[in-house]
Design a protein around this ligand. Sequence first.
Ligand code: SPD
Length: 376
Amino acid sequence: MKRKILALTLVLTLALLLAACAQSAPAEQPAAQPAPAQEEQPAVSGDVQPASEIVVYNWSEYIDPDIYSQFTDATGISVIEDNFSSNEEMLAKLQGGAAGYALTVPSDYTVAIMIEEGMLSPLDHANVPNLANLGERFRNLPYDPGNQYCVPYQWGTTGLGYDSAVIDEPASYAAIFEPDPNSAWYGRTTMLDDPRESFAAALVYLGYDINTTDEGQLEEAKQALIRAREGLAGFDSDTFEDLVASGENVMAHGWNGDFLVVQEENEDVAYVVPEEGGVVWVDNICIPASASPEQKLAAEMFINYLLEAEVGAQLSEYNYYASPNAASEELLDPEFLEDPTVYPPAEVLEKLQYIRPVGEAESLFQRLWDEVKTAS
Ligand code: SPD
């Protein structure tokens, strides 16, 4: 199978390089004549060669490292990965002027913010022919219609993971927001260190819309989070699943795939979307506007590689998240495709909401989140 991937990639890489060379052939023009004034220069000029190295700014443990080395073997382009733990952390770093990243992986609402702020470079679809493999419903998502800037990477849900050998299924977010010192999870539970995600859990528990900008409702959610802190071991977006698998903690608010991965280590780890509902999300791979034309071309080649049916399946087999790649789905184990923690049934899906951009209230969420974390 790997040989087939390699062959396909070589063919595609050659095709892209040939296309780049063909575009670079200048139209016959006498050198002495001034070039006609052009209102708009193409983002990538014809003679651009792909960068020999790219840096991908990604969530941690979100990609099989073999995918990077396979891509390097196929194209000669090496890949370095840097990690972030929340959309807000990634956004702040890029807004602060961090350059050098050829790719980053924002969630839905953050894509909308980044497009609005001019932080993303539009995709040249001619360099991403494998876009044809994307599932129909991932082609016109409201935050990026027509995949003008990004390609959906993986999708999933946010809920509660727990050690089923120690506690019963936490059916409700009350397990977190009504801390009980006599419960087995008191002091052995974490929540995501993520303003929009943790506020979403509090808001949904209180019966409010997770995208509310009503200051009274947000203040109530803040108080609920401060109360919850009493029963928490902390806020953690990096090791929450490992701490449940190792037995140090017994419950964590987190993302479905991360809990499924650690089932290999501890089969008692389970995951549930509480009865109140929660968050459904789509992460996307996108090119920061700060990428050079060379980095952008190499980044598009990488996106195209990820969209290979086999590579997309390899991604899901590694991180246990649902794939937006329809061609990959055909290669995935039917057991995975039927797992309700990966592909939620209709009755769960209808209780889930997308986090949406809230404009100026974004800073209100951040201020209230800082208050939650610093409250004594
Ligand atoms: N271990 C990688 C997990 C990536 C989860 N991203 C989801 C963000 C939803 N707000």
